[in-house]
Design a protein around this ligand. Sequence first.
Ligand SMILES: [Fe+2]
Length: 317
Amino acid sequence: MTQTIFNNWQPEHSRLWGQIPVVQPHNLHKSPLFTDEALAELIEHYPRADYSLVIPGRRDQDHHHKWREGDIGEASGAEVLKAIKEGFLWINLRNLPKNSEKFKQLGEQLFDEMQANVPGLHVKNSEITLLITSPGAQTYYHCDVPGQSLWHIRGRKKAYIYPAINPFMPDETLEQVIMQETEEEIPFEPWFDDHALVVDMEPGMMAHWPQFAPHRVENYDSLNISITTEHWTSEIERNYKVRYANGLLRRKLNIAPKSTATTGMSYLSKAVLQSLWRRSGLAKKHIWCREIDFKLDPADPHKMLDITPFTLNPGNS
Ligand SMILES: [Fe+2]
């Protein structure tokens, strides 16, 4: 982009970044990368291993976190967009910088600006994912391991961002997420909402929250297009390592860890412990393996065709 991405950064935001949720205006929604034509083109040529097309569960259903995953099949990019606009689906396109030179450049600009805005922020690794979601679709209560930001591009959605502390994110639950022990939803109580920052996300708004802060999103009645960015810094890595080691101590040695410090001898020994464990082969490697059992019907955006199921393991592709 020729203009800056952040467009109203103030000195106080540098100090608040990563400490509490920060909501900022941005210019990404003006980029030609997000027109229907550009998105259709991107979808049509996207590697199979790097996208998920999903029929999510509905909130009023039991096991609403269970979903069905499908394939674009012979549908064109425009037909995929139409199916999402008129149906109840979402698609995410992962690893955008790897798969698109234009998104690679966008990512470089975005993280350069982020680091220029936040003194001391040194991003070691980053990722960008595109999310295209149907009217009324939801992303259920969850937390992510790296630093994460949501950049809203088109449509309207409501984001709920919760404190990254007990009881919203109990230590044991966070350790399960970090050790990839569960694909189940993390526990949520409706009264959590009374303590959430609730933001109506309009095109041109972004939100960044502290590491491990749980969040969820509800689309209003419109097609929604957003990107999420993830980033790793030394501090984010240290938080990951100490929580991983705490999970090990709790589960394998029956010790209730009290400290989440990321400096000092206790931290160093935990960093070694989790590293040895993860290299030892004892760690139960979570295999992200999904069954793909439908494809879109190009003739009818409301119809899904059952296919002979196949499995996909993006991590090994
Ligand atoms: Fe998230």
